[in-house]
Design a protein around this ligand. Sequence first.
Ligand SMILES: NC(=O)c1ccc[n+]([C@@H]2O[C@H](COP(=O)([O-])OP(=O)(O)OC[C@H]3O[C@@H](n4cnc5c(N)ncnc54)[C@H](O)[C@@H]3O)[C@@H](O)[C@H]2O)c1
Length: 344
Amino acid sequence: MSTKKYNVGIIGYGWAATAHIDAINKTSQAQVTAIYSSRPLDSAALSAKHGGQIKAYQSVEALLADPDIHVVDITSYPSQHCAQAVAAAKAKKHIILEKPMANSLAEVMQIFEAAEKNGVKGCVCFELRFSGQMLSTQAIIDQGLLGEIHYGEVDYYHGIGPWYGQYRWNIGKKDGGSALLTAGCHALDGLLMCMPGEVDSVMSLSTKSKSAYFTPYEYDTSAVTIVKFKNGAVGKCAAIVDCLQPYYYRTHLMGSHGSLLDNKLHSEKLKSDKTKWSTLSMKMCDSGDVNDHPYQSQFEAFFEALAQGQDMPLTSFRDGLRTFKVIFAADQSAANGGQPVKVA
Ligand SMILES: NC(=O)c1ccc[n+]([C@@H]2O[C@H](COP(=O)([O-])OP(=O)(O)OC[C@H]3O[C@@H](n4cnc5c(N)ncnc54)[C@H](O)[C@@H]3O)[C@@H](O)[C@H]2O)c1
């Protein structure tokens, strides 16, 4: 028997689930001991594949009733996240929740309130906050090399066409939601990480590629959002899931002492030559695949926070709620042809 502290039950058994299982089992604090799937799974085969003792459940209720499970990890279709997360909170399980938290602000609020009411902690899978690129970016900001940031762009370019596993459900409004919800949320979240001021309002416009690959989508697959901060700063986020190009997670931040473009820096504080960028060695977010995404360090931070009885750093439910409030306001603006929408 493992002596690791936390037992994790996974809900949903697709691509994200298998990446989570590896990452959780690699931590020193937790192991996966149960998996729920609507498809019949065999406990012995799961245990042989992933290591340890994994019990297969065919009902969420039965998994949640297992008193040995401390944490539930929800990797199902987005339209199932709310009901499953609320049920997990009521069963007093801590929650790891894949993005998007849910497909409406009302549902995200239900999840947040259920967790608060039942005294359980949450981790939203905005794992890019734990990526080398974003940790280095944050360190550059914290060192004051950019000064006060007055304008920032964080953009997400990733063509999610028939070649990509999620396409089968991502094309539908019910689970895909919008370009921002389904994938661009990582970039909007990155923008809010770099620019932590309070958001006043957003305006957003959306459109769609003419390529036949993207015709089945029930929603606009390109969106650009302008974020107005209460301190006067401005941000921009492009969420493009219908492009034909390599994956690109783009950051461009401008402040009173310098600029950072992805891994290229100029800072007056370093007295470097403004006519040329200085290139920094950073581990870049350069693929939509989970394998270069830092789930392990994110989950380690979550389990560490659980042990301390605290909210986790960077990606707690409160952090997720802040980002999704902006996303739903942006989608409302796009639906109204770009009218500004106040963020409550
Ligand atoms: N944070 C990230 O970077 C990231 C990356 C990928 C996915 N996700 C999120 O994770 C969640 C799941 O996405 P995914 O990529 O694992 O999608 P997926 O299509 O692999 O799995 C989604 C759901 O479909 C089920 N499923 C998979 N194959 C099936 C089959 N053959 N028959 C019946 N059901 C099947 C799975 O059990 C799961 O419930 C979504 O919310 C998605 O947005 C997040």
